[in-house]
Design a protein around this ligand. Sequence first.
Ligand code: ADP
Length: 312
Amino acid sequence: SSYQKVLEENRNLYNQIQDLKGTIRVYCRVRPFLQGQSNGECTVDYIGENGDMMIVNPLKQGKDSRRVFSFNKVFGTTITQEQIYGDTQPLVRSVLDGYNVCIFAYGQTGSGKTYTMSGPDLTNEETWGVNYRALRDLFDISKERTNAIKYEVYVQMIEIYNEQVRDLFTLDIRNNSQLNGLNVPDAFIVPVTCTQDVLDLMRIGQKNRAVGATALNVRSSRSHSVLTVHVRGVEVVSNSILRGCLHLVDLAGSERVDKSEAVGERLKEAQYINRSLSALGDVISALAQKSPHIPYRNSKLTQVLQDSLGNK
Ligand code: ADP
């Protein structure tokens, strides 16, 4: 009954979030405590029977400050990588049907974004995260359809750091004026035929991403990286062409940097990250409210993802 009370108190918020559900799906994964960690700043007290809400208890602030959060689905600590991916699979199929899809993880550094999206051990397919499972399915399904549709697949990989877009395959820095009709800077584009090709390219991209990282600063958590898989299909009977794309995004950590502690480069990075993550939030809210103006142009991140966040 005490949960019922918290629920009632948060009813408005709950209803607002329900409205968001549709073309944008939001899942929450609760990370287990890490080894040697017995508690954190907050715990998840309760996950609803339908799995679409949870009650979070910010331990330091006492029980009265518990809050309800609503999602399409909440995954508890015991969920497997395979179960997490289960809800994503239809999206991959829709890329091959000619839709644009974007998958990203949002959270603080250390909250489990890489674990969920990539997985802890690339050499062990059992532990693969959403990204690799999505790619594997993309190629498997395209092969199953080969008598009806011939697919070609291409990848691009870029990084957005301090509002500057860099091609992770060529290390070229591209600026806004070069954003083309694809809404991805005209970055180097590579044809691929299997998951392994993409994995090899991602490794190159990741290696390039580290270039320029200072010793004090882990660049990968301070920049956004976007791997885009473009799919072009030719229908065998009609010869008509369909195009879809899948953006797999590794967002910068969402932690707030204390202004009094961060100076120089660190502060600049933090400001850019905060600004682009709030621009992403603004776009998602505007889409949910069916606003006539969607503010895509407020950040490079939302410009790059524009075609998969609402247009198609
Ligand atoms: P982020 O990418 O958000 O910075 P990581 O994915 O690197 O965070 O996760 C931080 C640590 O927590 C890593 O040691 C990772 O292996 C571990 N971890 C994250 N999620 C889980 C999970 N669901 N189960 C077990 N360990 C996890």
